[in-house]
Ligand binder design. Sequence first.
Ligand code: FAD
Length: 318
Amino acid sequence: MKVTDHIAAAKGETLFSFEIVPPTKGTSIQELYDNIDPLMEFKPPFIDVTTSREEYIYVNKGNGLLEKKLTRMRPGTLGICASIKHKYNVDTVPHVLCGGFTKEETEYLLVDCHYLGIDNVMALRGDAMKDEQSFIPKEGGNHYAADLVSQIHQLNQGNYLHGLKDIEHKSDFCIGVAGYPEKHLESPSLTSDLKRLKEKVDAGADYVVTQMFFDNSKFFEFVAKAREIGINVPIIPGIKPIAVQRHLQILPQIFRIDLPEDLINAVEKCKTPADIRQVGVEWAIQQSLELKAAGVPFLHYYSMGKSENIRQIASKVF
Ligand code: FAD
């Protein structure tokens, strides 16, 4: 079922959803299941599964020499989507990236999604690789998420690359895209970034999921500005609880987001890692309750593969 249909069926009730990250190469999928199991009592209508960019690693060739290799450290997005869908009877949303894929490869991936009965995809550009100054698309690939949305939209019309048309069993993907309440890190301004978001919606995106934020007023302002410029699709807030001291440095550094002073002070007063996790949980509960009261369609949690703090939050919110 489409995310937008879940929203319509909920008739204004706020629903629970979350995002998981595939295990690192070779790690058992059982750990992932063990983290999903406790969250199923909150009845998520869908679970997102991220896709990792390829990255360069150095492999020992055995003779003391190192070889530079392009690899994907967390493969298996689509397989995990299929297995979770089957195991838990829940919709899954694979993240589909521009980066590292030609349009042909994207089309094959989407055909696989269609055959697996996946109704939703999250269309993203992906970040630049670690050794790139800025994002470089693969030759023959999509550059911006809006281009990828167009490709998926075209496929939904039955228009395959190279002119195959009017295939009898067309896909009908519901398309999610990313939004940034504190603007995307490369964007010159929030206004400019919102125009880019509008381009994604005009290209066929059906809903938006936001980057994490810790100050709800940023989300409310973002939604108001989006509505002003005619972005009328559902906007789902993304919530991440602070879990370790290091988050105070790395989250602003990686995502260029601000952390509220009260949250920073509360974390800095903590004496143990457990205290920090508790502060993160409490903060996320307060955020969630306020967003729920404001009538957001979903509260979407970034679990990073660990569920205990998300379970604690959800048990107080849902
Ligand atoms: P875009 O919408 O293409 O925007 C990228 C930048 O380009 C923005 O600054 C935008 O303002 C600008 N821009 C857009 N169009 C144009 C144009 N025509 N001309 C000039 N500038 C333009 N990353 C992963 O690798 N895997 C994941 O699974 C993943 N999941 C995510 C889920 C969510 C909910 C979010 C919020 C992010 C996720 N990301 C993921 C991170 C995402 O890939 C990065 O934030 C990436 O840098 C931008 O992706 P985008 O889809 O927002 O790009």
